[in-house]
Write a protein that binds this ligand. Structure first.
Ligand code: ZN
Length: 425
């Protein structure tokens, strides 16, 4: 492999990525707009034409922003790599810090800061223009800035020591450094999953034990039926930031928590809440959460092996516009380059992960139909689709590529086939 050949492979894949993303976004926009003036028959009576049109406009607005995001992402990537941005950054930081650990940490941190700075106005636009316009935003600019500041401090406090540890392993553990780095990464992921709900989530939201005793009884009966143990059922003040509703599980093992957004509890009836919870329980009981975690471990292992091989090839650096140091370690530089360009190589696998995720959604729906009620889940889904302005008519190819959840019509069709609920309502 020569540097020039690698440059061309990278450019070709980047062009393919951007082209594919634009083609998919354009398809989605046209498909949704063409169906905006008639509510699909399946939802007639449940979703008004106004809500349907709002969902179409919201989908289009989000797609257009995604297209801008794609263009900015590609531009930043090119500026940093082939246009010499990263090389200039290395020259500048190397002049101040030499080539040791401080230099490598500084290079990585600077790139994260640059990428985040480009992302910030896009996030601002998303929250204060699109979400605002469609009535979903509940954030004040002050809260947005406070969230951003907290995230930066947290990322630095957690990310920099972790990065320093990985760089130390790369430096001192020989050719099999990636095994040690992989073990550290897996341990960190597990620790983070367990500690996130206890230490980090409360920095952003308030969690209160569910107070509604009638609903709580219903939930406890469901948990008993499904043989599920949890360390608590909580309500989260999601309404501080957005009126989108949600419910989720966090934690692992005995520390699992059930969390309902207050916005979800406001809108759904108790049997519907029970059905949504049963779906989430399904993900745990059917070991989806564990499988996803394991798959993440396998993927990170493969990526680290790829990195350990690539970082020893000169063409990997030169092909991406950077001169590797001959007299010093290039670990930090290799890490940064690798994580900058890897999405270009992995994007083509997106449909595979979406496929896996959609299959698990169907299985969780079946679980919910068995332990709660398929009718109640359908009612809950229709309300959630309507309230969240999720399109009922997504482009099938766009959906195959991106959607972790099956389109509403297919999901509901399947639920209807599952028939009447087995458990008492
Ligand atoms: Zn699900």
């Amino acid at each position: 492999m020569t540097s020039l050949l690698f440059t061309w492979i990278f450019l070709a894949l980047l062009a393919l990525n951007v082209g594919l993303k634009y083609w998919l976004a354009t398809r989605q926009i046209h498909y949704v707009l063409r169906r905006a003036d008639a509510v699909p028959e399946q939802f007639a009576g449940q979703v008004s034409l106004d809500s349907h049109r709002k969902a179409a406009a919201y989908t289009v607005a989000k797609q257009r922003l995604a297209m801008i995001e794609t263009a900015c992402g590609a531009a930043v990537l090119l500026v940093l790599t082939l246009c010499g941005g990263l090389q200039a950054l290395c020259d500048l930081l190397g002049g101040w810090l030499g080539t040791g650990m401080a230099f490598q940490l500084a290079v990585a941190a600077s790139v994260v800061v640059i990428v985040s700075l480009v992302d910030l106005p896009i996030e601002w636009y998303r929250q204060f223009r699109i979400e605002q316009e469609f009535g979903f935003n509940r954030m004040t600019p002050a809260l947005f800035l406070a969230d951003t500041a907290k995230s930066i401090v947290l990322s630095a406090a957690i990310g920099l020591p972790l990065l320093a540890l990985i760089l130390t392993l790369m430096r001192f553990t020989g050719p099999y450094w990636w095994v040690y780095a992989w073990v550290v990464w897996c341990a960190f992921t597990l620790l983070f999953t367990v500690l996130f709900p206890i230490l980090i989530a409360p920095l952003f939201n308030r969690f209160t034990p569910l107070a509604d005793s009638e609903l709580l009884q219903r939930i406890q009966a469901l948990l008993a039926r499904a043989g599920f143990h949890t360390s608590g059922v909580y309500t989260m003040d999601g309404s501080r930031r957005s009126s989108h509703g949600n419910a989720y599980f966090t934690g692992l093992g005995a520390a699992k928590r059930i969390v309902f957004f207050d916005t979800l509890l406001e809108r759904l009836q108790p049997p519907e809440i029970e059905a949504v919870l049963a779906h989430e329980l399904g993900h745990f009981r059917l070991r989806h959460v564990r499988k996803r975690l394991l798959l993440g471990f396998v993927a990170s292992g493969l990526l680290l092996i790829a990195l350990s091989w690539l970082m020893q090839r000169t063409w990997f650096y030169q092909g991406l516009g950077v001169e590797p140091l001959l007299q010093a370690r290039n670990d930090g530089l290799a890490l940064v380059l690798f994580f900058l360009v890897i999405p270009v190589f992995t994007f083509l696998f997106a449909p595979l992960s979406s496929l896996l995720s959609r299959r698990q959604e169907f299985q969780a729906d079946e679980f919910a139909a068995r332990y709660a009620s398929s009718r109640a889940l359908i009612d809950a889904l229709v309300k959630l689709y309507k309230d969240n302005a999720t399109t009922l008519t997504p482009d099938p190819i766009h959906s195959t590529f991106y959607n972790s959840h099956p389109p509403a019509s297919i999901r509901i069709e399947r639920l209807l086939k599952l028939g009447p609920p087995a458990a008492a309502a």
